[in-house]
Structures are given as structure tokens and as C-alpha cells.
Design a protein around this ligand. Structure first.
Ligand SMILES: [Zn+2]
Length: 267
């Protein structure tokens, strides 16, 4: 983490202590305006150490039987890989918990979105998910391409992807986690939040219940975001397969920056 990035995190942490939390000061997603980003050449390098032959357990998190019902827009198709996979950010390790998808994309670049976005969710090794800055999410836009994506086709060519949490999970073997994301060395980084309400297990209450978070429109603010500048590509047919699962979309609107800086990292 470079000094500028660290001081922003610190400033935000102080703002949180000052009680600004209830209003939300660092919500996600955001629009990344290329003319406003801060160029950084010496940010810590992100290196993935991912399983090359993982088994994925793929579920749809929408629970139609929950009372009160939480709208499907806050659900996703979530893949949890077997084995240990992690990234190193400088000398800090973050363990991969799961990855999931949104349609349309949540982040925008110069006000332009993409048909989908993928999020790889990592937890700082040894941290609780509610701890400050515990989560690191690496996201990438997904754009249409004429060629099928070798690895993601193992998910999106399936005919039995679950429509909701009452349907069976899908198991996908021999999945190479290294082949989903483009190179990790070109990214935009900023301090933000989850993009859907969430309560954390093993944590003291943080941010309130799902209903409280939805009514306040404030989601837990402990995420360091890395949005890759290069997109992932799927065929239109594969994108449509996902869109059929979330016909009304499952993306949150972009949120105000509130003075936050977005760092454009190149190596
Ligand atoms: Zn997400």
C-alpha cells in the first residue's frame, strides 16, 4: 500500500470513528472518472496464488422463502472454490473466499458500464470479515466477445445453473482459478464498501441487520477495491445465460465519491 493510499484509508477510518458511518461515506460501486484518477507507479504488487484445479460449488444466493423477502437484486450466483487460494498484496496475504457475478456491471468507467462484472472476494488472513479493511475485492468488467472464455464456459455453458437457493448447487471440477481474471498489475484502487447488504458470522453486529442496511442504504464499509482495467470476455450467449437468472439485474447504483481518491496503478 503506498503512502497516499494508506493516508486515505486512515482518514476514512477517522471519519468512521467520528460517527459518519450511519450516513455512508465510502459506499460502492462508483463511477471511475479517468480524468480524476491519481496515477501511482509504486503501489504494492498483487500476486495471485490460486488453485489450478479447484472444485467449485456454485449456488444462487436468492432465497425466495426468506421472511421478510430480500429482493433478488441483492443476490448473486456465487462460486466457492475448494482448497486454499490467495493473493499477496505486497507482504499481506488475503485468502480467496468466493467469486460471484453481477449484471449489468456495478462499476462504471467514464459513466460507461459493461454487461456483467465479476468479483473475487478475499479476506485478510487472520482477520474477521467485519474488521476494518478486512476485505479485498478484485473486480473486472465482463464484455461480449466472439470467443468463449475457456474457464468461465465451465460455468456458463451449464444448463442446470440454480435459479434460487432452493435449487441444487452445481459442482464444477478441474477449474483453473488463474485463468479467470486478466493480469492483476493494471487496476484502479479505492476504499469502499460491499455492494449488497451482508451480516457477518463470528462478528459483533456491524452495520445492523440486512433490513437496517437496506433501509439506510448503507452497506459495510470495510472493502478495499481493486478494479482491473482490462475486461474479461464472455460470449453474448453466455452473458444471456446469466441475465436469465437475474432478469431485473443484480447491481447496485453507483455511489458518491465523497472526496475519495481513486488510484490508477500501473507497474
Ligand atoms: Zn459483488
Amino acid at each position: 500500500m503506498n503512502i497516499k493510499f494508506r493516508s486515505t484509508v486512515l482518514a476514512v477510518a477517522m471519519a468512521l470513528t467520528a460517527g459518519a458511518y450511519a450516513e455512508g461515506v465510502r459506499q460502492s460501486p462508483i463511477n471511475i472518472d479517468k480524468k480524476d484518477v491519481v496515477d501511482v507507479h509504486h503501489a504494492p504488487q498483487i500476486t495471485a496464488v490460486y488453485q489450478s484445479s479447484a472444485t467449485l460449488n456454485v449456488v444462487n444466493t436468492y432465497n425466495p422463502n426468506r421472511v421478510p423477502l430480500v429482493h433478488k437484486e441483492w443476490a448473486t450466483l456465487r462460486a466457492t472454490p475448494s482448497g486454499s487460494s490467495y493473493v499477496m498484496v505486497g507482504h499481506q496475504q488475503y485468502d480467496l473466499l468466493q467469486f460471484h457475478f453481477h449484471t449489468p456491471s456495478e462499476h462504471k468507467v467514464n459513466d460507461k458500464g459493461a454487461p456483467m462484472e465479476v468479483h473475487f472476494v478475499h479476506l485478510r488472513t487472520g482477520a474477521l470479515p467485519c474488521d476494518p479493511e478486512a476485505l479485498l475485492v478484485i473486480g473486472a468488467m465482463i464484455k461480449p466477445d466472439s470467443d468463449a472464455h475457456n474457464e468461465l464456459s465451465k460455468i456458463f455453458d451449464r444448463k442446470d445453473l440454480p435459479e434460487d437457493s432452493t435449487k441444487s448447487a452445481v459442482s464444477i471440477t478441474n477449474f483453473d482459478l488463474n485463468k479467470v481474471l486478466p493480469k492483476l498489475d493494471a487496476s484502479w484502487r479505492y476504499s469502499g464498501s460491499l455492494t449488497a447488504p451482508s451480516t457477518f458470522t463470528n462478528c459483533s453486529a456491524q452495520g445492523g441487520s440486512i433490513e437496517d442496511q437496506l433501509s439506510a442504504d448503507v452497506f459495510p464499509e470495510n472493502v478495499q477495491w481493486v478494479v482491473l482495467t482490462k475486461p474479461v470476455e464472455l460470449t453474448r450467449q453466455q452473458i444471456n445465460t446469466f441475465k436469465r437468472l437475474f432478469e431485473e439485474g443484480n447491481s447496485r447504483e453507483t455511489q458518491p465519491l465523497n472526496g475519495r481518491k481513486v488510484y490508477h496503478v500501473h507497474h
